[in-house]
Write a protein that binds this ligand. Structure first.
Ligand SMILES: [Zn+2]
Length: 93
């Protein structure tokens, strides 16, 4: 491998430990929950899930779990959901 490419790989390995460099703008994911598989998406800082709770509450365990997984890679707006706020309060209690 060219030495310049080795430098790029080394930089990537360092970047891989610095997730706050990345902001996820859009995603679609399949979530294997305890009671079934759900499709979760994020687009323009707005979450969606095809489960019943999301429809009534505007958030659910699936979207919250992904928010926690991706936390440093989400914009403030993408963290701004009712359940996310409650999880912060629970962590402090
Ligand atoms: Zn859900």
């Amino acid at each position: 491998m060219h030495s310049s490419m080795i430098g790029k790989v080394e930089k990537a390995m360092r970047y891989a430990h610095e997730p706050d460099r990345v902001k996820v703008g859009r995603l679609t994911a399949s979530f294997s929950g305890d009671n079934g598989t759900h499709t979760v998406s994020l687009d323009a800082d707005t979450w969606h899930c095809d489960c019943h709770l999301f429809e009534s509450a505007g958030g659910c365990s699936h979207t919250l779990a992904i928010q926690k997984m991706l936390d440093p890679m989400l914009s403030d707006a993408a963290k701004d959901t009712p359940l996310y706020g409650r999880s912060e309060a629970a962590a402090l209690a």
